[in-house]
Design a protein around this ligand. Structure first.
Ligand SMILES: Nc1ncnc2c1ncn2[C@@H]1O[C@H](COP(=O)(O)OP(=O)(O)OP(=O)(O)O)[C@@H](O)[C@H]1O
Ligand SMILES: [Mg+2]
Length: 339
């Protein structure tokens, strides 16, 4: 796999909604896992459901893949109703669950060929498809080894390859890169970004803001069983609380306090600083003009800069602004909403 990420844009002829969700709710005992979820996912895009532990991501995927029946609401997948036409949905979807589900005692190649047989592709086509997928997922050298000898990352990649054997129209990936090292993660992003050809749709969940940002055409931010905001990465970053900031690092961290005094007038008291590293950040309401102001003030007092940059808001900033907590440090208990 290469790490050169390239996301296919949604194609103009993909005009239908691949998934329509209307008022879906689900509770487990006293836990309201999903509360009146409504969403549309167009064909031919990568859609990311972004939320912390326990926010309801897997529950929604299980409902959409017909593994779980909701308490209320309706949804259609590929034009078929999840309650009335579950049997029509199963052949057109693929699901890579949160935990890899491959046979440990078979080799990687045998796993993929077996799935080809299950989908009635026939011996030749199954073998060809297995070979292609092993190459795509950087597993060609390990294809003849039993899966029990694979690393966690290799199993994840094989699991994802397995969902692609039958070339499903709509692919559900539940946290496809959780637990992978950065190199494997970038490699998978590269593959996932290319799966939307021919109006194929990818619906993935993630806890990683960077993953949603880099990969998704559209993102729904989920918290506590609710969808709290939907948009493109750019729309979300522009919408709510995320702000452009000036970030600087002093050559001498001992001058941090002095620098803070000099910059206070520019910052409306919204400065962050670290006196051990000499890092300071402040809002950049005036755009790039503030950069020269910062340099002039510090220079006049003989304070030297090691780094100076203007940074755009990240999805981390947005998540924090919308929910009041960071995306990746919420415990399942915090995230539960009881009825
Ligand atoms: N079978 C179940 N029985 C009881 N409670 C459940 C069950 N499945 C999910 N829950 C609860 O529903 C809530 C949502 O869980 P879900 O697995 O959908 O979250 P998630 O967003 O996928 O979390 P994670 O990021 O940890 O995978 C959690 O509070 C969870 O404990
Ligand atoms: Mg989950």
């Amino acid at each position: 796999m290469t790490s050169n990420l390239k996301v296919n844009p949604a194609k103009s002829d993909c005009s239908q909604d691949a998934i329509i969700i209307e008022g879906i709710s689900k509770h487990f005992g006293k836990i309201q896992a999903l509360d009146n979820i409504s969403l549309n996912v167009g064909e031919g895009i990568v859609f990311a459901l972004l939320g912390p532990n326990g926010s309801g991501k897997t529950t929604l995927i299980r409902i959409l893949t017909t593994l779980l029946i909701p308490d209320g609401g309706t949804a259609s997948v590929g034009g078929f109703d999840i309650r009335k036409n579950a049997a029509s949905i199963r052949p057109i979807i693929g699901l890579a669950g949160q935990y890899p589900a491959v046979d440990e005692d078979l080799t990687g190649k045998e796993n993929l060929e077996m799935i080809g047989q299950l989908y009635h592709l026939g011996n030749n086509k199954s073998r060809t498809r297995a070979g292609e997928l092993l190459i795509t997922f950087d597993l060609a050298d390990a294809g003849n080894r039993r899966v029990k000898t694979y690393s966690g990352g290799m199993r994840r990649r094989l699991d994802l390859a397995a969902t692609l054997v039958a070339e499903p129209k709509i692919l559900f990936l539940d946290e496809p890169t959780t637990g992978l090292d950065p190199r494997s993660r970038f490699g998978l992003w590269d593959v996932i970004g290319k799966l939307t050809k021919d109006c194929h749709t990818v619906f993935l969940t993630t806890q990683y803001l960077e993953e949603a940002d880099r990969l998704a055409d559209k993102i729904a931010i989920m918290d506590n069983g609710h969808i709290i905001r939907v948009g493109t990465p750019a729309e979300l970053k522009g919408c709510c609380g995320g702000e452009t900031r000036v970030k600087l690092k002093l050559a001498d961290p001992n001058q941090t306090r002095q620098a803070l005094d000099l910059l206070r007038e520019l910052s409306k008291d919204q400065m962050n600083s670290n006196s051990e590293t000499g890092d300071i950040s402040l809002p950049a309401d005036g755009g790039t003009a503030i950069l020269s102001d910062v340099v002039r003030r510090l220079d006049a007092s003989g304070i030297q800069l090691a780094e100076l940059a203007l940074t755009q808001p990240t999805l981390d900033d947005v998540f924090l602004a919308i929910t009041g907590h960071a995306a990746e440090n919420v415990t399942a208990v915090d995230a539960k909403k009881t009825k």
